[in-house]
Design a protein around this ligand. Sequence first.
Ligand SMILES: [Zn+2]
Length: 218
Amino acid sequence: MAGALWGSGAGASPRVEDPASARDNVKGFEYQVREIKGKTRQRMTGVSWRPGCPVHINNLRLIRTTFWDFDGHRETGSIVVHEDESGEIVRVFRSLYRHKFKIRRMQLIDRYNASDHASMNADNTSGFNCRYVAGTSNWSQHAYGRAIDLNPIENPYVTSSGHVSPPAGEPYADRSRNDKGMVHRGDHAYRAFAQEEWKWGGNWSGTKDYQHFSRNGS
Ligand SMILES: [Zn+2]
């Protein structure tokens, strides 16, 4: 069984297959996939999730997984995605771990009161958040648990007119840089998602969302 489970594993989703063949096994990589229950459910309800969101909380999964932080330390992070994507996303994080891709932090967005701005300003990597695409009343792919924002400062959102969000990401709008935590087309992080057929916002024409990966490409 790849990926040692923390604790008893009670509540771990029975739907999540063991995605690992021997080839996929990565020393030191651990993960756990759980239904959203108990304290996490309480914490999320009315914050990142509420009735009326386009996905029911029962269809979301909490993934806890190891990652390498910017100091090269092995850390454990939490992220919420749709249950249908949880196996894929475990494989993504396994691949990021294998290639020592650095992640600043990975905490539930509820810690930031579900504020995308606050989470981005903290350089937090996050997934599910029941919100609209900024400036619209269309659900974001994050509201379905089918999008992940990776290191938002090093991978900012840059409009075609040059506005950069978050503000601290300004230096990283220069994509000729090659700092830790940045994503470039064809690199390990890019390929970790591409292998699961997740698409990158850095490939958009016009406005670029370098932090954004999603299942359907929007
Ligand atoms: Zn995003």
